[in-house]
Design a protein around this ligand. Structure first.
Ligand code: ZN
Length: 93
């Protein structure tokens, strides 16, 4: 399910207007939810008010210890989007 929510990636600055969940079909972002930017692969965390900030190492360690499967999915998605961005940049040059 895709949720309409406007956000600005704190890593690359792109404005996004949608979010979808990788862990639950009907999940919507809430405070402390993680986000992976489709443009740069940057990992962020939703704050109160549903803004995004860059994820700290502590956030990722907590996720790793508490939700290993979600952690794996986020790391894989991040790597995948980073690879896509790299390929896009290589085509442009
Ligand atoms: Zn980004």
């Amino acid at each position: 399910m895709v949720v309409e929510i406007e956000n600005k990636c704190p890593h690359c600055g792109i404005i996004t207007n949608r979010a979808s969940s990788i862990s639950k079909e009907d999940a919507t972002p809430k405070e402390s939810s993680f986000s992976v930017c489709v443009e740069c692969g940057g990992i962020s965390v939703y704050t109160a008010g549903l803004y995004q900030r860059k994820a700290f190492v502590e956030d990722l360690l907590k996720l790793y210890h508490e939700q290993k499967e979600t952690f794996k999915k986020i790391v894989i998605a991040s790597g995948w989007f980073q690879k896509l961005r790299q390929q896009k940049q290589e085509k442009e040059n």
